[in-house]
Design a protein around this ligand. Structure first.
Ligand code: FAD
Length: 475
């Protein structure tokens, strides 16, 4: 997901609760002595703020691990004491399916953030708590490509375990297509290494990972390349609102080659007047001349501002930094679809501008992501539980505001747009990328063809439904 500093640098200030200080509990002594010296235990959900406060989990205890064994020990402790728990990496999961409360425990994975390459730099072991920024910085510094998502703040594996869309997927497929092995703590408390030889778990973890365990690290394929080749033409094209239909049709008609992707945003100009505006971002892995030629049909529509530039890999995501702001409420509704129907995007624009009349909603946005899918589709659709290789567009709407009193208005707005996109999706059934889903979707919507086998494997590998916070497979 890319966004533009020009707008999001201006996002209104956020409210993150002050860390609460509580009396130490027995868990301190019991669990602390089992953990490595680098691990810590703290109390109160506000000590690990999340991207959205809307329906956020509220764990009473947070264990910040320092080693993969710390995760194993903590899961075993929770199993023994019957403590509900979940793992947090970047904290950007926006699902409203969380139900962890004060008696629950969060395993904060952020300490597991190392990225270690093999000698010829064709593989990297990436820790279960690494952020996308940490992976990209390591990749760029070592002159390799690793498939990551497009926002630096997001957890590399939080995004990847659900499938993992990213700028370079036209070349490498989805994140899950690049994994070579997975270290994971399973529902029985054991830390194991899963590879292609463990057919069922290997399939399940790559698409529905959070339902089957806590992944402590993975090994991913990486592609070495000379640094001077690690450049892309990226940036934003701003259009007046009368161009909405032309842009929708232009994106529909555009054939995305492997080096390309394109996003459409409805956003505002930010403070002070928060004027609604239309932004198209383009990504071309290569030269500006080739990029401009590839996106000529979009450029010909006539943007009023062009912020594109040729940038190295470690700066591709920077335009999105403002979008990483944590806190406030951000109920988000999404749908996958096969076609961009111009009239749908006019209706979406109208609903968007109407919602902006509510107070303090100026950071609200609508996004459509469109990636080159040929590489991903060349990989067998049943090779992983991730089910969305056939979905061409992912649209979502983030209603962003500070005041809980606006929740029901925001939910009505978000679900109305999701209904609109679903009605025009030209897909046989409703579909949503699990990492973009709101939380009320059935398993069939987020896991599609993989649902039956996932449910069977869930009974086998997690019969007591220990991992039940994220799009619960036993619903
Ligand atoms: C600003 C922003 C940008 C985004 N950009 C992209 C993008 O470019 N591509 C893309 O595909 N998606 C993107 N997303 C969606 C993103 O994939 C999801 O929000 C994802 O759930 C976030 O992962 P996280 O680790 O940050 O969040 P968390 O809330 O920490 O994790 C989300 C879920 O994954 C589980 N989880 C996290 N790490 C592990 C682990 N190591 N083992 C087991 N379970 C784990 C958590 O328990 C939780 O259930 C973006 C989201 C936001 C808010």
């Amino acid at each position: 997901m890319r966004y533009y500093r020009r707008v999001l640098g201006l996002i209104a200030s956020i409210s993150i609760c002050n860390a609460s200080i509580r009396v130490a509990r027995p868990i301190d002594g019991d669990l602390k002595k089992l953990l490595s010296s680098g691990a810590t235990i703290s109390y109160g959900a506000s000590t690990a703020p999340r991207w959205s406060e809307f329906h956020a989990p509220q764990p009473g205890t947070i264990v910040s691990v320092a080693t993969e064994t710390d995760v194993e020990v903590t899961v075993q402790y929770c199993l023994e004491k019957n403590i509900p728990f979940f793992a947090q990496n970047g904290g950007h999961g926006w699902s409203s399916s969380w139900h962890l409360g004060e008696n629950g425990l969060m395993i904060n994975l952020r300490g597991l953030n190392t990225v270690v390459f093999n000698d010829d730099k064709t593989q990297a072991r990436i820790g279960g708590g690494a952020s996308i920024q940490e992976v990209i910085d390591a990749a760029y510094g070592n002159d390799v490509h690793v498939l990551t998502g497009n926002c630096n703040c997001v957890g590399y594996l939080g995004a990847g375990l659900g499938g993992g869309y990213g700028n370079l997927m036209g070349l490498y497929g989805f994140s899950v297509d690049n994994y070579l092995s997975i270290n994971v703590v399973l529902a029985n408390g054991s830390l194991v290494t899963v590879g292609p030889e463990n057919e069922d778990l290997w399939w399940a973890l790559r698409g529905a990972g959070p339902n089957f365990g806590v992944v402590t690290s993975i090994v991913s394929k990486t592609t070495p390349l000379p640094r001077e080749q690690n450049m892309a033409w990226v940036g934003g094209l701003y259009f007046t609102e009368d161009k909405v239909e032309q842009i929708a049709q232009g994106i529909e008609n555009l054939k995305l080659e492997a080096h390309m992707n394109i996003f459409l945003y409805f956003i505002t100009s930010g403070t002070p007047d928060y004027m609604p505006t239309v932004l198209v971002t383009v990504f071309y892995y290569g030269t500006e001349a080739d990029g401009r030629a590839a996106f000529k049909s979009i450029l010909d529509i006539g943007p009023y501002t062009d912020t594109t530039a040729v940038l190295p890999q470690n700066q591709w995501n920077e335009g999105a930094d403002g979008f990483c702001v944590k806190g406030e409420r951000k109920p988000t509704y999404a749908a996958g679809f096969s076609h961009m129907v111009p009239s749908t995007w006019r209706q979406t624009w109208t609903a968007f501008t109407e919602f902006l009349k509510n107070p303090d909603t100026g950071s609200t946005s609508v996004v459509v992501e469109c990636y080159s899918l040929d590489k991903a589709r060349s990989i067998a659709s049943d090779s992983a539980s991730f089910p969305n290789r056939d979905v061409r567009f992912n649209g979502f709407v983030i209603a962003w505001y500070p005041d809980p009193a606006l929740d029901s208005t925001a939910e009505t707005f978000g679900s109305k747009l999701r209904d609109l996109w679903r009605a025009d999706s030209e897909l046989p059934t409703n579909r949503t990328y699990v990492n973009f889903a709101y939380g009320d979707e059935t398993n069939d919507v987020v896991y599609h063809d993989s649902t039956t086998r996932l449910r069977q494997l869930k009974k086998q590998y997690d019969p007591n439904n220990i991992f039940n916070q994220w799009f619960n497979l036993q619903r």
